[in-house]
Structure formats: C-alpha cells, structure tokens
Design a protein around this ligand. Sequence first.
Ligand code: GCO
Length: 255
Amino acid sequence: MMDQFRLDGRLALITGANKGIGLGIARGMAAAGADVILVARNRDELDAAAGELRQSGRRVAAAPFDLRQTAEIPAWYESLVPQHGCPDILVNAAGITRRAPAEELTLDDWNETITVNLTAVFVLCQAFARRLIAAGAKGKIINIASLMTAATRRTTAAYTASKGGIGQLTKALAIDWADRGILVNAIAPGYIATRLTEPLRTDPEFDAWVKKRTPLGRWGTPEDIALPAVFLASAASDFVTGQVIFVDGGWLATF
Ligand code: GCO
C-alpha cells in the first residue's frame, strides 16, 4: 500500500527547479524514485541543482529555458522528448512577482508576471498533455498556486491575478483532461522561506507579522511543499483532480 506513494519509473519535468519550492519538489520526487528534468532560466544554478540531485541515483537532466518565450514552448518541449523520454509528471513551480502599489505597477511588469506565472503554465500544460494524449498515456500536473489564489495583500496585484488564474486554470484543465487520465491539481503555499520572499523575511516587521498570522507560527520551507507534491504525483492521489490544496500553516483557516 505504501508503495502507492512511490514514483519509481516516472519522469517529472519541473520548472523553477534551480531554487526554492521547485528545487524542493525536485529533491522530493527524486527521493521517491522519479527521474527528473529540471527547467529554469539560470543555467549555472540548474547545473548545480542537477549535480546535487544525481547523487540520488536518478536520471537528472538540466533543460535551461526562458518561460517568457511562450511561443517557443511547444517546439522546445518536443525537442526534449527524444533526448529524455516523455514526462508523465509536470510541476509548474516557476514564478515571479513584481511588487508595487496598483497605481504604480507598469504594464511591462504586469505582462511579465502574467506571462511567466499563468500563460507559460497553460502553454506548457498543453504541450505536456498533447504528448500524453497522442500516446494514450496518463499523467499528473501539479501547479504551484499561492495563498494569493484565495486572498491578497497590498502591492501584489499582478501576482495575485496570476495565482487566482492558476487556481481556476487548474480546475479547467482537470475537467478537460479527466477522461484522458491526466489529473491536474495545485498546491497553494503559504509564506515559504525562498529567494522570492527574502525581502519580506529580512524585514523584521513583516517577518514578525507572518509568524504571528500563521497559526503554526513559522515560515514554511520548500520541504513542506515537496511531500504534498509527491503525493499528488503518485498513485496515492488517483482520485484527486481539480483541487487546490493550501499548504499554508493554517493561514486561511482563521481571520
Ligand atoms: C508577498 C509574497 C507572497 C508569497 C506567497 C504567499 O509579496 O506577499 O511574495 O505572494 O510569495 O505567494 O502564498
């Protein structure tokens, strides 16, 4: 029964895998037996992550790519398959934020945030699903949403809109692809200690607020997200699709 949580023989493509939540999930999936394809813009960081993960004994590939180039995603994805095989797990963990009061947010910052956090996720899900549908194969998609899929705070309009979209896109794709055996879910992290939140953690007032506002009293870690992701990638979640699972330390359970 517990082997249902294993990922042996699976191939996971993970974006944002050079750091933070994406790297944490890559570590968890490799430990559960999956081979992994790591995707990020920064080639040096990606190579370092791949080098570390190869110690797990799994096949690990580094596939540098700039997800802002959304029109190039289909051809890039197709180029990976002959080299590495056809992924049956997709983790969309890449994400950016451009914090500013809504009245000051530039159109470029809005567009870049929506492009990376939402449009690229849709296009990559489409490329992933097309391959599996053509092969009559099943698969699992895990999108990384956010507390801001359900709530928000000042200066985060673009990020909040993108993560709200991720919550609903997850459900839409789950319903479109349920009859193809492609299950689509999202993990919505609370405040996690990553590079993206570093400016907030180093702000003593913000740090104290997060620790007070989070019922479990701490910032989350990428490892807190890794095992829920392994669960959603594994056979243990074969009746779970279209769900947004909040891994937020209890944040949204209280006011
Ligand atoms: C912020 C943070 C949040 C977190 C996370 C919370 O500016 O408040 O960056 O957006 O990154 O998404 O779930």
